[in-house]
Design a protein around this ligand. Structure first.
Ligand code: IMP
Length: 426
């Protein structure tokens, strides 16, 4: 059975957690393929809220095996804490399997992330300060430590020694910070964390292929989103991995032909956290309403998200970048507050109308959105379960999205609960 990829089409926080949770019901494996605990998935089950950072949403289903793939960067202390927190609430985490090839986030990655942001001043990226970028940088520079190194004390110490020599120089000479003590890092990682992580380490590539060969359903769960992609996002205001669907292959160890379904998650409006261009951003009372009704504050960092109208130019581009086969539209209920709603259908730049995302980012920074304004619906959508339960104006809004983005909308979220969604049929 080929695999399903779930990918965000905007700048993250599209509500992927709830959808992956819904799809996970039918999955044997749910695999995270990139990112780290910069992600935050919120799932509401039976009135209880679960906020997951590293562990894939599949953990909430006893028949599903959650997998942390090789493309993820893992802070083992966070992983252990997340397992303990779930266990304390009666969720069994013993099925979790972590790739030995996933890279470790080390204490110096946090230090460097924070120090770099500080030194960038007004040019800072607004990272989550979780050490994500520095950990991926070390992976590419080939001085990273991997999860499997926790299993070999000698190798761990050797690699740590090499990396720390450079990091301490950078911390001291570039950032004027104190050097870190390698013995203390080794003690915590090898004595406290390794015994907890060791039983979780497994052959994740083998597992995924066994499941596919056996005809079982596999889901590849992206964190962050298309426009935070290192290659296709609004660089440098991006994360340091590839959330786009292509990243699902490298980050889990399968090829493109193993994927037959790509679900793109789009919020009915757009938000972004941190800095970077955002053509449809809104301000003032409208922004406050979107933020308050949508609870648009970071799961992880508590930061207020920047809100804006849905950008169909970017959504259509995301459909191409990811081979999206269907769109899941989330949080439509949040827009019920408005008398009319807007969709960005093109950009205007120096008197010209652009209908695709400009390749030169300086242009993207300066475009003005061209909107189509549609009537709002005003009604409470929270009880809708079928397409016909949605008011006609809401259905029209959804249809227009599908038409412009060139992919069908199959799911519409109408509230935070696990069951609050409509299987949408055009
Ligand atoms: P980093 O991933 O911590 O390096 O942060 C880089 C950029 O990605 C910043 O703008 C973050 O706000 C953004 N970012 C990282 N993870 C998420 C996420 O899960 N949701 C939304 N934005 C994110």
């Amino acid at each position: 059975m080929p695999a399903t990829v779930v990918v965000g089409t905007q700048w993250g926080d599209e509500g992927k957690g709830k959808l992956t949770d819904l799809l996970a019901r039918d999955m044997r494996l749910v695999v995270r393929y990139q990112g780290g605990h910069n992600a935050g998935h919120t799932i509401v089950v039976g009135g209880e809220t679960f906020a997951l950072q590293l562990i894939p949403s599949g953990v909430l289903y006893p028949e599903t095996v959650p997998v942390i793939g090789n493309g993820v960067v893992v802070d083992p202390a966070v992983l252990v804490a997340e397992c303990d927190a779930l266990e304390a609430r009666g969720i069994d985490t013993s099925r979790l399997v972590v790739s030995g090839n996933a890279h470790l986030i080390m204490p110096y990655h946090y230090e460097i992330d924070r120090a770099t942001e500080r030194s960038l001043g007004k040019n800072k990226l607004g990272t989550t300060k979780r050490g994500i970028g520095p950990a991926y940088a070390d992976k590419a520079a080939r001085i990273g430590l991997r999860v499997q190194d926790l299993l070999d004390e000698k190798i761990f110490r050797q690699k740590l020694d090499v990396a720390l020599r450079e990091k301490n120089l950078v911390l001291a000479k570039v950032f004027n910070r104190l050097a870190l003590d390698g013995r203390e890092i080794a003690r915590v990682y090898l004595e406290q964390l390794a015994p907890r992580i060791a039983p979780m380490i497994g052959d994740t590539v083998g597992l995924v292929h066994e499941a596919l060969d056996a005809g079982e359903n596999v889901m590849l769960e992206g964190a962050q989103a298309t426009y935070l992609d290192l290659d296709h996002g609004t660089y440098p205001y991006v994360t340091s991995s590839n959330p786009t669907a292509g990243g699902a292959c490298t980050g889990s160890g399968i090829g493109p032909r193993d994927i037959n379904r790509v679900v793109g998650i789009a919020k009915a409006y757009v938000t972004r956290v941190g800095a970077g261009p955002f053509p449809t951003e809104v301000e003032g009372e409208l922004a406050d309403t979107l933020v308050e009704r949508g609870h648009e504050y970071g799961t992880n960092t508590g930061r207020r998200r920047r809100p804006g109208w849905l950008d169909l130019v970017m959504l259509r581009h995301a459909v191409r970048l990811n081979s999206i086969s269907e769109i899941a539209l989330t949080k439509l209920d949040v827009l019920s507050a408005f008398e009319s709603v807007k969709l960005c259908v093109a950009y205007e730049y120096e008197g010209e109308r652009l209908t695709s995302v400009p390749y030169h980012q300086s242009v993207l920074h300066r475009v003005r959105p061209v909107y189509e304004e549609l009537p709002g619906w005003g009604d409470d959508l929270s009880g809708a379960t079928e397409t016909g339960d949605l008011p006609a104006a809401a259905r029209d809004y959804v249809r227009m999205i599908a038409e412009y983005a060139k992919a069908p909308v199959t799911y519409v979220g109408v509230g935070p609960g696990r069951e609050q969604y409509v299987r949408f049929a055009a």
